[in-house]
Design a protein around this ligand. Structure first.
Ligand SMILES: [Zn+2]
Length: 414
């Protein structure tokens, strides 16, 4: 009875501890709030999607702005043309006014000539009447009252001169009237031509104004498009900024997570002790597959397919997948990030034995030797990176007996 009571009390305490631990225990906290590289990668891919959307919108904006400036140019051109026509119409109006003036003048001249003719005729009539009244001028009386032929001729000549003079004056006046009338008709014709020209210019102006109204409409439409695009750009900017700060926060969290995993000062050889012959060192070499000179980023350690690969140092697995794109040549590969800022890479695995985001201890099996990716045979390609700089891995194993294959012969490295 006593025993079982104690047991129950102990069990209760344990249960209470278990229920509290997930929230307060340091190990569990890291597990439950763990940020994975995949999460960060997803955010980054979202961010690059937004960036490409933004680029697309900026390109659209550029096109719209080009359209707008073309429309503005067209509007300016139309306005210039309208200005020219306006000037032309003003000129024509001046001409019309000038013709009005000239026609008025000619009309006055004509009236003057008509009046002069009338006056001359009246004067002639008065003269004739006066001479008749004086008994001087009756044609017949002149002829028959003359005392002799010489006097008759004199009288006849006098009358003839008067008549001729009058006729000349009247003829001149009639000619003048005709000339003035012709001038006036010409002026009226010229004025009518100007009126016609004016009507043409007015029609052209109306046409240009209609075109300008169309262009204004177009500009308004383009501006509305521009506004929408600018708003979209603004929103994308906001989203990008938000995402960026999220990524930074996650990366900080991720880095602190990695920093929390205690890491040893040294590195463990990533394969069982017997596999200690390096077939290819890091640095300049002729690539075994491509045959091209290049820099070997790590060391190659041949081992049979399926041989355990160990984590060289405790840390967090930040990559555990088949290589794609430029990392295709790695085949199945794993990267473990360590709290001292270094990371180790294990490539060409036949099978991956860990998951991204997993905390691994030094010596833990993280995968198995294979020949996936660009590889000529079963081996482990091993890299050590400090930040993004590739280090020579052998420098971390100076106290280990290592061999290197030179012209097919095993030679001690140290
Ligand atoms: Zn290699």
């Amino acid at each position: 009875m006593k025993k079982s009571k104690l047991f129950r009390r102990a069990l209760g305490l344990v249960l209470a501890a278990v229920m509290v631990l997930p929230m307060t225990g340091p190990g569990m906290v890291i597990e439950s709030s763990a940020v994975t590289q995949a999460e960060i990668d997803a955010l980054k891919s979202k961010s690059s999607t937004i960036a490409s959307q933004k680029k697309e919108i900026q390109e659209q904006l550029k096109a719209v702005q080009a359209d707008k400036s073309a429309a503005m140019k067209k509007k300016q051109l139309l306005e210039d043309q309208i200005d020219l026509i306006r000037q032309e119409i003003a000129n024509i109006n001046e001409q019309i006014a000038m013709y009005d003036q000239l026609i008025t003048e000619k009309t006055a001249e004509l009236e003057e000539a008509e009046e002069a003719e009338k006056a001359q005729f009246e004067l002639f009539c008065r003269q004739m009447r006066y001479m008749e009244e004086q008994g001087e001028v009756s044609y017949w009386s002149i002829l028959f009252s003359s005392s002799d032929f010489a006097e008759l001729l004199d009288n006849y000549m006098m009358i003839q001169e008067i008549i001729e003079y009058d006729n000349r004056v009247i003829d001149d006046l009639v000619a003048l009237q005709e000339k003035v009338t012709a001038d006036r008709t010409a002026l009226e014709g010229a004025q009518a031509q100007q009126e016609e020209a004016k009507a043409e210019q007015m029609a052209a102006q109306d046409e240009l104004k209609a075109q300008e109204a169309e262009v204004d409409k177009l500009i308004a439409e383009i501006s509305a498009q521009e506004d929408v695009l600018e708003e979209m750009e603004e929103e994308l900017n906001k989203a990008a900024k938000e995402l960026d700060s999220q990524i930074k926060a996650k990366e900080r969290e991720y880095a602190s997570q990695i920093a929390k995993v205690p890491s040893e000062s040294g590195y463990l050889w990533p394969l069982p002790g017997g596999y200690n012959t390096i077939s290819s060192l890091a640095g300049g070499r002729i690539h075994p597959v491509t045959g091209k000179p290049g820099t070997h980023a790590g060391i190659d350690i041949p081992a049979p397919s399926g041989t355990n690969i160990y984590a060289a140092k405790s840390g967090v697995v930040i990559h555990a997948a088949k290589g794609t794109g430029s990392s295709w040549s790695y085949g199945n590969y794993v990267i473990v990030s360590h709290s001292d800022g270094t990371s180790t890479l294990y490539a060409h695995m036949s099978r991956i034995g860990c998951k991204q985001g997993q905390v691994v201890k030094q010596g833990e099996v993280i995968g198995y030797v294979g020949t996936t990716g660009r590889s000529t045979g079963n081996h482990l390609h091993f890299e050590v990176r400090k930040g993004s700089t590739r280090m020579d891995p052998v420098n971390y194993f100076k106290d280990k007996t290592l061999y290197v294959l030179s012209r097919g012969k095993k030679v001690s490295l140290w």
